[in-house]
Design a protein. Structure first.
Lengths: 490, 246
């Protein structure tokens, strides 16, 4: 039976559309994984000696003291990111498998997930260092096994807690309060929890307790799943309550309003687009790296413009980049309806402009770093609106990645975003303004640099009609290829 | 209304559609039947300029569809769920289509009120997004939307599949009514011979991309079609082809 399951798993992994990415992307992912493994491992090896050097006390005791927070953060992280093992169960339900087997397999799958293995990269080297440093072997083994069991407890706890915000949010608040009160010295929960973790080392058979807990949690998760393995219970998809919205205030914009209304709904009602907008908000904070001098290599004057472009252009880059892919799931409708490319593109363009303006206003706290900093944002915004807004729309025609609005998969990085044409288009998007500014800055003075970039942006506005005609042509030329590409949803 | 000339569509060496000549007059209810892979959806996709013909062209009301977009204002279609916008409620979707076709809310509401029985109280005011409706209800919404804005040509791919019996009957009335009373050219494809013979004045059978039958519907049509699809009556061309290759 297990053979069948493993076979299915193997195929679903290697035949997944996301697996057939191009080589560059695979290498990139490989490096990322390697990076995290190295970080965790070197932390495991290094933690002992760092704690010793800083003379915080016995390294094992120090680690034990903060273990409770480590576990709490792990649980929160799992809750946010780790997916439930229920996917792909449906087709198995009516096949001659016993339900218990399906559940066991699904739960077993979570055991080998990255979320559990990642911790081993820290704890295995750390335990080895402990042994090398002459800690009692039996104690270290007991401690190690006990702690590992606790992380697996988190694994099953997360499964049980899944989608129960009512349990997790209070828990998160409690831990946040505990953390704050510890920091300010009101109350120190670690005084009560550390002895338990210490005991795992001092009295190794105590490791039985987390293991017993683990078995109990596994049994609970098993029963819970088995009981809820019905299409209308545990396997049901959650539907949100829909509300019809009019946005009549957009009617005054005529044709433009029709599409703007739709785009606002698109952003509001889909998981993927919400994530994108959230990412755009993070771009606002990117400037802190430049203006606080946190990163030395960003201290050159030219980089201010770079920061300005990113701060004001978060939405432009994260959302605009994927026009028209946002409409990929109903692109045939858009192509056969009474829609002119010009109107369609125009509405997306306005959306980008409005978002850039909002970002620019939200970025006003950068005034704290002086007029110069905010001026860079303003100039960056002008360039974004005047030049980059066209470039993202143009580049989007070549991306052709269908977007699944309802899932967050692939929200960060995608194979087809890495193609030559879009790469080439980033040069005028990011590098050209730096060059323009550099010319003004070094030939005349910094103010001239700002003026040059701003003028380029303004000039862009003047050419809107001409540029739009060209972009329209590209969209028309790419229409059939795009339709075909969107058909191949993973 | 619709003229097809020397239309072929090839993928590599495989010809999926080859129509030498097909004329569909205005106001005709036109049925397209054939097995899977016969080229029905390919033909409709070509009609909507969603794919490019390898040779030939289609002219829709004097507009060559792969050259100009002027056919869009008077043509509407529902092919599959890619014609639905999943994150809208049905009402919002209808209004959106309405706005694209120059109909205000009142116009759309007036049209919808004619079709209350078609919806069976399961579409409007359900507090659900289109993506959360059942397949059948999604289809109803999509078909309904294709009637918005007084189109002159309506193209429906497999409209009867997934519909409940009441709605099937109602849809047949609607299609007959559109063609007979309002002069709308309705193109319907179907796997279901009974439905298509009941509703269409003319039936064209596609087999492996070619027109093998072109019948004006009569009392005998259903028998004729059943005979054809049961394989008892093999089309003449195919027979001679096969015997030649043997």
């Amino acid at each position: 039976m297990l053979k069948h399951f493993l076979n299915l798993q193997w195929k679903s992994f290697f035949r997944a559309a996301s697996f057939k990415t191009n080589l560059i992307f695979k290498i990139f992912m490989g490096f990322m994984a390697l990076y995290f493994i190295v970080i965790f491992t070197s932390m495991g090896v290094g933690a002992f000696y760092i704690i010793e050097d800083q003379e915080w006390g016995d390294p094992l005791r120090v680690v034990n003291q903060f273990m409770i927070y480590y576990l709490a953060v792990d649980l929160a992280f799992r809750y946010a990111v780790q997916k439930m093992p229920i996917t792909n169960i449906k087709p198995l339900l009516y096949l001659p498998f016993k339900k218990a087997q399906v559940v066991r397999y699904s739960l077993g799958k979570t055991v080998v997930s990255f979320f559990n293995l990642a911790h081993a990269f820290f704890f295995v080297p750390f335990s080895i260092v402990l042994l090398v440093e002459g800690y009692s072997p039996v104690g270290v083994i007991g401690w190690h096994l006990g702690i590992m069991a606790l992380f697996y407890c988190n694994n099953f706890l997360n499964i049980l807690l899944n989608n129960k915000d009512s349990v997790l949010i209070p828990l998160a608040i409690v831990f946040a309060i505990l953390g704050i009160s510890q920091y300010y010295g009101f109350f120190d929960i670690t005084l009560y929890t550390a002895p338990f973790f210490d005991a795992l080392y001092d009295i190794p058979w105590m490791a039985m307790i987390p293991w017993a807990l683990l078995v109990a949690l596994y049994a609970a998760a098993f029963n819970y799943f088995k009981k809820h393995m019905f299409l209308d219970a545990g396997l049901a998809q959650k539907h949100s309550v829909a509300k019809t919205e009019d946005f009549t205030w957009l009617d005054r914009f005529g044709n433009l309003g029709i599409f703007l209304k739709n785009d606002i709904k698109l952003i509001k009602r889909n998981k993927r687009s919400k994530t994108t907008v959230l990412t755009a908000v993070f771009f606002l904070f990117y400037g802190l790296l430049f203006f606080t001098g946190a990163v030395e290599s960003y201290d050159g004057p030219v980089w201010k413009i770079f920061a300005g472009i990113f701060i004001s252009g978060g939405f432009l880059f994260t959302f605009g980049q994927f026009v028209p892919s946002w409409d990929s799931s109903y692109y045939p409708l858009m192509m056969s309806q009474n829609i002119k490319y010009k109107d369609y593109l125009n509405s997306k363009w306005y959306l980008i402009i409005i978002a850039t303006l909002i970002s620019t206003v939200l970025a006003s706290p950068y005034l704290y770093f002086g007029w110069d900093a905010y001026l860079a944002v303003l100039v960056g915004a002008l360039y974004n609106m005047g030049v980059n807004s066209y470039l993202v729309l143009w580049g989007g025609a070549y991306i052709k990645t269908p977007i699944d609005l309802t899932s967050n998969k692939k929200a960060f990085g995608d194979k087809q975003s890495f193609n030559l044409k879009t790469m080439l288009l980033t040069i005028p998007k990011l590098l050209l303004p730096l060059v323009i500014y550099g010319l003004g800055h070094y030939l005349i003075n910094p103010t001239a640099g700002y003026i040059f970039v701003a003028l380029t942006g303004v000039a862009g506005f003047a050419f809107k009609n001409i540029v739009f005609k060209q972009i329209e042509k590209v969209y028309k030329k790419e229409k059939y290829k795009t339709l075909l590409a969107y058909k191949q949803t993973s | 209304m619709i003229t097809t000339q020397n239309l072929t569509k090839k993928y590599g060496s495989q010809t999926v559609l080859n129509i030498e000549n097909l004329e569909i007059p205005k106001g005709q209810s036109f049925g397209l039947v054939g097995n899977n892979g016969a080229g029905k959806t390919t033909f409709f996709s070509l009609l909507l300029d969603l794919i490019q013909p390898t040779t030939g062209h289609i002219i829709n009301n004097e507009v060559q569809v792969d050259n100009s977009e002027a056919w869009k204002p008077f043509t509407s279609a529902f092919i599959d769920e890619t014609f639905l916008i999943g994150y809208l409620t049905p009402e919002e979707y209808f209004y959106f289509i309405g706005e694209l076709r120059g109909q205000n809310k009142a116009d759309v509401n007036a049209l919808l009120s004619n079709f209350q029985d078609f919806f069976h109280g399961e579409i409007l005011g359900q507090k659900k997004y289109l993506r959360d409706l059942s397949k059948g209800n999604q289809k109803k919404a999509g078909i309904m939307a294709s009637f918005i804005g007084n189109p002159e040509v309506v193209i429906l791919d497999e409209p009867f599949a997934n519909l409940d019996p009441t709605t099937q009957i109602r849809l047949k009335d609607i299609i007959r009514d559109l063609a007979a009373k309002q002069g709308v050219t309705v193109l319907v494809s179907s796997h279901d011979l009974i439905h298509v013979t009941e509703v269409c004045e003319r039936i064209v059978v596609l087999n492996k991309g070619e027109i093998v039958k072109d019948i004006v519907t009569s009392a005998e049509t259903l028998k004729e079609l059943e005979l054809f699809f049961s394989g008892n009556e093999v089309p003449v061309e195919t027979l001679s082809d096969e015997s030649a290759s043997l």
